[in-house]
Ligand binder design. Structure first.
Ligand code: PLP
Length: 378
């Protein structure tokens, strides 16, 4: 039997006490699981655990659940069920879209994409030309810049993939995706968007936006971690991500994560059903917090654009140290972020904040507070 050392035994009750009091304000990093989604997942983990590839009725229960989840998710974003491929996360969806479109010689992306896109591009940069568009001070892509880049490439007739995120994970800025996709298509390019921060928080319809591929991740909309999806418009050529069995129409082999797929569709349904109310509620909390910040006479600038993901507050405080603020907030049981959570081992100013050209005296003092539907005015 393993005995706990006495110091650890004491630490546990303290930690529990702390967790009870915590204020979670880092919803752009991840969200709490939707209770109904969790209950549904437990059914598939405990009882209906059959393998969806088996033809007997126990296996068919799982297969049916996957099919229904696919139909439901497709209907929420205006896609066809056969255009939805389940993946293990947003990072996988991005990697699939970036690395597996055949014949493409050039990728145009932006300087503020998530590392899932930027590093996927870097990994193939020996064989593919990567063009990185800079952003405006508020994080917006200049549509004219995309047009110019595509125009130059069209002179040498290179097949192009454009990958621009729907909303940024650090500053929340929402890009004019419909217009950007329109420009890309006018030059015969394929358009992918990383919608990981957007799905479940703002209206997304792939037909209306006219995007060719779109990445999503369940844990950003109160679903479980370790599951996501990639939308691929019918007719868009894409190589399989993993070879093996016939799952996901032979495009992404491996026994399906049934419980998580079901949990993802239930969580998305619940978020979309209350999308407008959530947005109004969270924006109200956001305004209250900004009012309080302003009363404090803090010398800070707010980063991003007015058109942003509800609840995202990214600020840079003059002569402050974001890392230190994070740890001092942590001692008070408050979870916030500097830069993005995926960068938390790295105390340098994030690539997004650098791309905005924020003055050095403010940049180091950047924090992100991301409110969600479970936060309260208190
Ligand atoms: N893309 C964006 C914009 C994100 O914010 C994240 C996660 O923070 C990812 C991709 C990666 O998603 P996942 O954590 O599901 O791999």
């Amino acid at each position: 039997m393993i005995k706990l050392k006495s110091s650890k035994a004491k630490a546990v009750p303290y930690f529990c006490e702390f967790m009870k009091k915590k204020i979670y304000a880092d919803n752009a990093a991840t969200t709490s699981i939707d209770e109904i989604a969790l209950q549904k997942m437990l059914e598939f983990l405990r009882n209906d655990y059959g393998n969806a590839s088996q033809p007997y009725s126990f296996g068919r229960i799982a297969k049916k659940a996957i099919g229904e989840s696919r139909e439901q998710i497709a209907s929420f974003i205006g896609a066809l069920p056969e255009e939805i491929y389940f993946t293990s996360c947003g990072t996988e969806s991005d990697n699939w879209a970036i690395k597996n479109v055949p014949h493409y010689k050039t990728i145009i992306t932006s300087s503020i994409e998530h590392h899932a896109v930027l590093n996927a591009c870097k990994a193939i940069s020996n064989s593919t030309q990567i063009i990185t568009l800079q952003v405006e001070k508020d994080g917006l892509i200049n549509c004219g810049e995309l047009d110019r880049a595509l125009h130059q490439l069209s002179l040498v007739q290179k097949p192009v993939l454009v990958s621009i995120m729907t909303a940024n994970n650090e500053i929340g800025t929402i890009q004019p995706i419909k217009r950007l996709a329109e420009i890309a298509h006018s030059y015969g390019a394929i358009f992918h968007t990383d919608a990981v921060q957007a799905i479940g928080h703002i209206d997304i319809n792939v037909r209306d936006l006219n995007v060719d591929m779109l990445s999503a991740s369940a844990h950003k909309f109160n679903g479980p971690k370790g599951v996501g999806f990639l939308y691929v418009k019918k007719g868009v050529a894409l190589n399989p991500f993993i070879d093996g069995g016939a799952q996901e129409n032979g495009m992404r082999a491996g026994t399906e994560n049934v419980a998580s797929i079901v949990g993802m569709s239930v969580a998305l349904k619940n978020n979309i059903d209350s999308l407008k109310q959530n947005a109004i509620y969270v924006s109200e909390l956001e305004n209250q917090l900004i009012q309080h910040l302003n009363l404090s006479h803090l010398d800070y600038i707010r980063n991003g654009n007015e058109n942003h993901i509800p609840g995202n507050i990214n600020i840079s405080i003059k002569n402050a140290d974001g890392e230190m603020i994070l740890h001092r907030m942590d001692l008070k049981g408050i979870c916030i972020s500097t830069g993005s959570a995926c960068d938390s081992v790295n105390s340098q100013v994030s690539h997004v904040i650098k791309a905005l050209g924020i003055d050095d005296s403010y940049a180091q003092g950047t924090i992100r507070i991301s409110l969600g539907k479970n936060n309260t005015p208190e």
